[in-house]
Design a protein around this ligand. Structure first.
Ligand code: UD2
Length: 313
């Protein structure tokens, strides 16, 4: 069993990852600054005997170093981040502070205090608007946002520590993650949480553009399981992996599936296409299967049904 430090533990992906680590028998120290994370997300973990929590900002290097020295993790799962492409365009400086400046702080804490591996929340955004789909990890990286650039730069920072100091670094390139606890309240929220909130309120969801754009939607339960494997499987080597399903769904298909969960809900309306929107995003899940032994288990229909039952927020 491992000692795992999880940054962004009160967030959407962080809280699910924390719960799955605890359920698998590991000891977890969670960290969050509550910029977007919420204490209630940690309610199921809070009273677990193998869970501790500290409120801090990972970009505060002395505080993070002190915590890492005290907890002495074997692995750090670094999920604390600004999580939105449009928000990174609205505030590039904040994006670089949270999504890039914090990365060498985590890498240094791992090196100095004996952690053997780092799992990093990277993103499909490192690829930008790619020509080939499904996109493999070897595809050209052409980020088209400060968010994608910071994620790619962070991967490279971590590779330097892997090469020089023998750390194992797994960069998890998440595609479109959805599930319980994804906050629907911000304009930067994921489309599924926004659509659930609208449909539940009896309002029409707004599809930006013709709805023919496609995404590779993956359940947060699968994403958390991929994080647990990457953090704790001892035979895993350094490298990037798409965390995706390899299945594309259009926005029109997504709304059709969701409307079945909300009988009587209004039909969607179409608005202008969103600036900078990628048309098609679809990952090749092969590397995650080969290198991590990870394959997603939750279908989009099942994941959406579970999300609606859970109350999506
Ligand atoms: C997702 C990730 C982002 C990054 C990126 C990588 C989320 C929230 N964002 O961005 O972090 O990893 O993938 O490529 O998961 N849409 C509507 N109506 C709405 C809201 C959105 O039609 O009310 C459309 C939007 O124009 C886009 C699609 O839904 O075509 C998905 O949008 P998103 O913001 O959920 O995620 P995306 O793919 O921009």
């Amino acid at each position: 069993m491992s000692r795992v430090l999880v940054t962004g533990a009160a967030g959407f992906i962080g809280s699910h990852t924390t719960e799955q680590l605890l359920a698998a028998g590991h000891t977890v120290c969670g960290v969050d600054n509550f910029r977007t994370g919420r204490a209630e997300n940690l309610a199921p973990a809070a009273c677990h005997p193998r869970f501790t929590f500290q409120e801090l900002d990972v970009a505060d290097a002395p505080a993070f170093d002190t915590l890492a020295a005290r907890f002495a993790p074997e692995a750090i799962v670094h999920l604390a981040a600004l999580v939105s492409v449009p928000e990174s365009i609205a505030d590039p400086a904040l994006n670089y502070r949270l999504n890039l400046h914090a990365t060498p702080i985590v890498a240094e804490a791992a090196r100095k205090h004996g952690a053997r591996r780092i799992v990093f929340a990277s993103s499909a955004a490192v690829y930008g608007d790619v020509a080939e789909t499904p996109t493999a990890e070897t595809a050209v990286k052409n980020p088209i946002s400060p968010y994608g650039a910071a994620k790619l730069a962070s991967e490279i920072v971590l590779l330097g520590h892997a090469g020089a100091f023998g750390l194992t670094v797994r960069s998890q390139r998440y595609f479109n993650v959805y599930g319980p606890r994804q906050d629907p309240r911000s304009p930067y929220s994921g489309v599924i949480s926004i659509f659930c909130q609208k449909l539940a309120a009896g309002e029409a969801p707004v599809i930006f553009g013709d709805g023919g754009q496609t995404r590779d939607f993956i359940s947060v339960h699968d994403v958390a399981r991929a994080n647990v494997i990457a953090a704790t499987r001892r035979d895993v080597q350094s490298g990037p992996a798409n965390i995706c399903t390899g299945k594309a769904a259009s926005l029109n298909e997504l709304v059709a599936i969701l409307r079945r969960q909300f009988p009587g809900a209004p039909a969607p309306v179409h608005g202008p296409a969103r600036d900078g929107d990628i048309r098609h995003s679809l990952g090749d899940p092969g590397a995650a299967a080969n290198e991590l032994g990870f394959s997603p288990r939750v279908s989009l229909a099942d994941g959406l049904a579970e999300l609606v039952r859970a109350g999506w927020g």
